[in-house]
Ligand binder design. Structure first.
Ligand SMILES: [Zn+2]
Length: 533
């Protein structure tokens, strides 16, 4: 289990894909594939569809072999429904190819599909994903699939035979190709006759239009999904293509496709692990208010590309995981930094090392990194307290860790700032008090006053380490204990009480950012004023 060959799933798949490629297509570039539908905002969960083959393709390239990662944009699929937030009049386009539907109002893109592809393309670039995008609209309308379409139609009885194993009711006159109507552009069409000799195909449309075309010359239609997918496996020679759990039920495209690709198209099904669901936490509020879904671009606004890559690299496709937009992201970054230190000191386990290497770069080279990676939770606290003021931020980060130019801390600083601005609810934001809480100060007993005096006396060591020692040390000093004493339950309780008092005096709540960071952010003079000394 701890063996790297067991745990580095990417390497294992690469081994399998390489040996399968040698058997199926020796000497040719190895083909990995993904498919995405730009029918609306592309949900962050769907990034796994791309990241899984990306990581495998990247490993194959790292081994010096030629590998293409095809990304099929299923943009010739029909427009199914108008998403929330878009003018309901778009309903008139239901049934048209996604590339024939106008982009949402206000968009600068040529059509619906392009509008929703664009942010994903930008995110994939930032993530370092090297792929070849294929527009299925271009493929179908340019006729590159023509021979295979004619073949599928000729073999429609065989296809029907495969599909009928999975359905109870008999389908009359199964036909695997659906024309888009030449008049209204929609796929509300029914094929009424087909002549295998001449390839003459007659169809009628719900709009009232009807015509007879020659399928051998027709480029305005599409194979149905369960035939389209296996056709493309054969056409492109795909060796590796994972898919989501929804594709793996009996009679699904993946299961039926295995038979269809062999019996009809003379190809083989790719190696195709089923990947588990990727959940999102902490986006609920935002999604409902924007009528929107979390996308890869949203994730990249709050975390750096290597961290997002790492989430995929470290988990086998069969393991589900969650991407955090809530407080959990701070813990994720702590883990990521801890791994970085382990790697730097040569202490990482082989599988950890592999996941790290896959996260920070690709076969093409390293991805951009933050030169001076201050802990994310510190940056988030500073961004919170300063509300993004650059001068204040620089002053604090100089005290925290000798930062001389904020650019050293970017892009991580910008990600933390964005997280604070967009994902931390107003009631969890930190507001440093302007004036001392005089009522509270007046109500304090002798010991509490004494603890504040000890704190004020110790503020001279104005560094993160010095202040950390100080805030933990004041309760020890008060209890007459040496500074290096092991914490007892009593001491821990005294520390908690002391911290709560400081939070109340500084930010008017019982909790807040880590105290040493908070003190640095507030500044010595203002701390003294707020604690009444
Ligand atoms: Zn029509």
């Amino acid at each position: 289990m701890a063996d790297s060959a067991e745990t580095d799933w990417v390497s294992r798949f690469a081994d399998e894909v390489i040996s399968e490629a040698e058997r199926r297509a020796p000497g040719k570039a190895i083909v990995c594939a993904s498919g995405l539908s730009p029918s609306g905002p592309i949900h962050l969960g769907n990034l796994r569809e791309v990241m899984t083959p990306h990581l495998v393709a990247d490993e194959i390239r790292r081994r010096g072999l030629e590998c293409v990662h095809l990304l099929s944009w299923d943009d010739y699929d029909r427009f199914r429904r108008v998403p929330a937030g878009v003018d309901p009049s778009w309903a008139e386009h239901i049934g048209k190819p996604l590339t024939s539907v106008p982009a949402p109002p206000g968009s600068t893109h040529a059509n619906w599909a392009e509008h929703f592809k664009a942010p994903m393309i930008a995110a994939l670039e930032e993530l370092g994903v090297d792929y070849r995008g294929i527009s299925q609209t271009e493929q179908y309308t340019s006729g590159v699939y023509r021979e295979r379409i004619l073949l599928a139609v000729r073999e429609r009885a065989a296809i029907d035979g495969v599909l009928s194993q999975y359905r109870s009711a008999q389908v009359e006159e199964y036909f695997p190709y659906r024309p888009y109507c030449d008049l209204c552009g929609r796929d509300l069409t029914t094929v009424t006759a087909y002549d295998d000799e001449t390839t003459e195909l007659a169809y009628t449309c719900e709009c009232g239009f009807g015509e007879t075309v020659r399928l051998a010359e027709h480029d305005r239609g599409k194979l149905v999904w369960k035939v389209d997918w296996p056709m493309r496996w054969a056409y492109e020679g795909v060796i590796f293509e994972p898919s989501g759990v929804d594709h793996h039920s009996p009679g699904s495209a993946w299961i039926a496709g295995r038979q269809i690709v062999g019996e009809v198209f003379g190809g083989e099904q790719p190696i195709g692990p089923m990947y588990a669901f990727v959940g999102i936490t902490g986006m609920a509020k935002m999604s409902s208010s924007k009528g929107d879904v979390p996308t890869a671009a949203d994730a990249l606004q709050i975390m750096e590309a290597p961290v997002l890559r790492w989430l995929y690299a470290r988990r086998k496709p069969s393991q589900s995981f969650k991407i955090a937009f809530d407080q959990e992201i701070q813990r994720l970054y702590d883990e990521w930094d801890a791994l970085g230190r382990k790697v730097a000191s040569g202490q990482a386990q082989p599988a950890e090392q592999a996941a790290y290497t896959r996260a920070v770069g690709t076969a093409a080279g390293p991805l951009p990194a933050t030169p001076h990676p201050i802990p994310y939770r510190t940056l988030a606290s500073v961004a919170d307290i300063t509300t993004g003021d650059a001068d204040q931020t620089l002053r604090i980060l100089r005290d925290v860790d000798g930062v001389t130019d904020l650019d050293e801390t970017r892009p991580r600083l910008d990600r933390a700032q964005r997280w604070i601005d967009e994902h931390v609810p107003a009631d969890q934001r930190t507001r440093v008090r302007e004036t001392p809480d005089q009522d509270l100060l007046d109500s304090l007993g002798h010991d509490e006053r004494e603890s504040l005096r000890l704190l004020a006396d110790g503020l001279d060591d104005w560094s993160l380490d010095g202040l950390t020692t100080l805030v933990y040390g004041v309760p020890k000093l008060q209890a007459g204990l040496p500074a290096d004493v092991k914490a007892t339950p009593e001491l821990k309780a005294a520390q908690r009480a002391f911290f709560a008092l400081l939070y109340r005096l500084l930010v008017g709540r019982d909790t807040g950012p880590r105290l040493p960071t908070l003190l640095l952010a507030v500044g010595a003079d203002r701390v003294r004023k707020l604690i009444g000394s």
